[in-house]
Design a protein around this ligand. Structure first.
Ligand SMILES: Cc1cc2nc3c(=O)[nH]c(=O)nc-3n(C[C@H](O)[C@H](O)[C@H](O)COP(=O)(O)OP(=O)(O)OC[C@H]3O[C@@H](n4cnc5c(N)ncnc54)[C@H](O)[C@@H]3O)c2cc1C
Length: 426
């Protein structure tokens, strides 16, 4: 055991969700009420989807939905406060947008994270969470942390509560492992940088969502001599619904509505409003890509190719390149593309925190679909012998609604949890 003291809270992951929690706890602390928290993050330093920090890409959420403002508009950790620190408030206002550049929002998150260095351990992957008090009542958990990468050393930290916020895992098409030439979109920038010196002349991008469209646009701009093939199972890109009434699905009260609803109503809500987030693209980007494609049809210099109603059949090494076979679903005909790289913008799987929960897992309840059952406070419902709290942020889309995996309610979620933890502990 490394830590002498038992932590009140051990946080697993230090992305926006747990960063917002660290801030909320900090802001709720007072002289006689202080929660001891430490966060463990697998990455070497703070990073938010670094592989997709494409120059010019913008946020899909208002800067007012930053780490704090929806909970505490006077917080010193707001996006505005960050702009103020760097003397950019006036210029940002003149851009007349609510949607900052993604690179700038990353800078903001890193700036906020930098103020919690003393409460975060980087290069620290949590590999297990087990009862610290044996098979009887669980008064505390032991969090096993591998420090320093794959061959690092194991350390244990004891805590009364654990908050798991590990985000999503890249989802690859079945049977298609990543390689030097096959990348999930989360590695887009690294992959493109690594291949640039080989003067690539052809790319294939799978997918119809925002990341797919961004990857197509980026590769087309970045490699002006390369062909870019965009493969869709749909007819093409669909617009993300960010209209005012639909956007209310991301309001704080929508979580209560979703949580209270029956399984049928939850599923309907998800189906009605999935197009606020899933397999949809910002309208501006769709317009830009269509215009580029049209321009190429006029000039006859075609580099952008859309393969609609198609699916990937095969991606096999072919000399130093890839042989990518695509099927046109209506008639089964196939097209073969010799490509330098295949980008799979095939989304993310919400990580199931279950495997981390070691000997606690049999004492955790699951819903009919096998997912960990969460109460409204996002505490895993457990056998009564588990006295310590196991909380999950970002995995309860089914129980808490569409906003759960996104940034819109990050500040509010963190505030709710910080309040629960502060009340329980002090
Ligand atoms: C390219 C991209 C752009 C996006 N843009 C938006 C947007 O504009 N608006 C929006 O609302 N949402 C957006 N999203 C959705 C995204 O889920 C959220 O932005 C946000 O990342 C969720 O924060 P999180 O902390 O839950 O998860 P993450 O940001 O994924 O953070 C989880 C952290 O946990 C760490 N971790 C994982 N396992 C362990 C472990 N075992 N031990 C220690 N650390 C671990 C990871 O390294 C990671 O740093 C975007 C997603 C992507 C991929």
């Amino acid at each position: 055991m490394d830590a002498d003291a038992v932590l009140d809270v051990a946080g697993v992951g230090f992305g926006p969700a747990n960063l917002a929690l660290a801030i909320a706890l900090d802001e709720m602390d007072s002289a006689d009420k202080a929660v001891t928290a430490r966060f463990f993050e697998a990455q070497e330093r703070f990073g938010w989807h670094r592989g997709m920090l494409i120059e010019g890409a913008t946020m899909q959420v208002s800067f007012l939905k930053d780490l704090v403002t929806m909970r505490n508009p006077t917080s010193r950790f707001s996006f505005l406060s960050f702009l103020h620190t760097y003397g950019r408030v006036v210029d940002f206002a003149n851009t007349k947008t609510f949607f900052p550049l993604r690179t700038e929002f990353h800078e903001y998150l890193a700036w906020a994270a930098g103020q919690f260095e003393n409460r975060v351990s980087y290069q620290s992957e949590v590999v297990g969470i087990n009862s610290a008090t044996g098979p009887g009542d669980v008064e505390a958990v032991d969090v096993s942390v591998r420090v320093g990468g794959r061959d690092g050393t194991l350390r244990t930290h004891r805590a009364r509560n654990v908050v798991i916020a590990v985000g999503g895992r890249p989802r690859m098409p079945e049977g298609l492992p990543e390689s030097e030439r096959i990348w999930h979109s989360s590695r887009l920038l690294d992959g493109a940088q690594a291949i640039a010196a080989k003067e690539p002349s052809s790319f294939v991008v799978l997918g119809s969502g925002q990341s797919a469209a961004e990857a197509v646009d980026y590769l087309h701009r970045e490699f002006p001599d390369a062909q870019v093939h965009s493969v869709h199972s749909r007819y093409g890109y669909s617009v993300a619904d960010d209209s005012a009434f639909a956007n209310a699905i991301f309001n704080p009260e929508a979580v209560d509505h979703h949580f209270a609803a029956s399984e049928n109503v939850r599923q309907s809500l998800h189906a009605y409003h999935a197009n606020t987030n899933y397999s949809v693209v910002d309208e501006d980007l769709i317009r830009r890509l269509f215009r580029t494609s049209y321009l190429e049809s006029v000039t006859g210099r075609r580099r952008l190719h859309f393969h609609k109603i198609s699916r990937l059949v095969e991606a096999a090494p072919s000399g130093d390149r890839l042989r990518v076979v695509i099927e046109f679903l209506p008639d089964g005909s196939t097209t073969t593309i010799e490509a330098d790289a295949l980008v799979c913008a095939t989304g993310y799987l919400r990580a199931d925190p279950g495997p981390l929960l070691g000997d606690l897992l049999p004492r955790c309840r699951r819903d009919g679909q096998g997912r960990l059952l969460l109460d409204r406070n996002r505490r895993v419902v457990t056998h009564e012998s588990v006295k310590c709290g196991i909380y999950v942020l970002g995995s309860g889309e089914n129980s808490h609604g569409l906003s759960e995996t996104l940034l819109s309610l990050t500040a509010v979620r963190a505030g709710e949890l910080a309040e629960v933890l502060t009340k329980e502990l002090v």
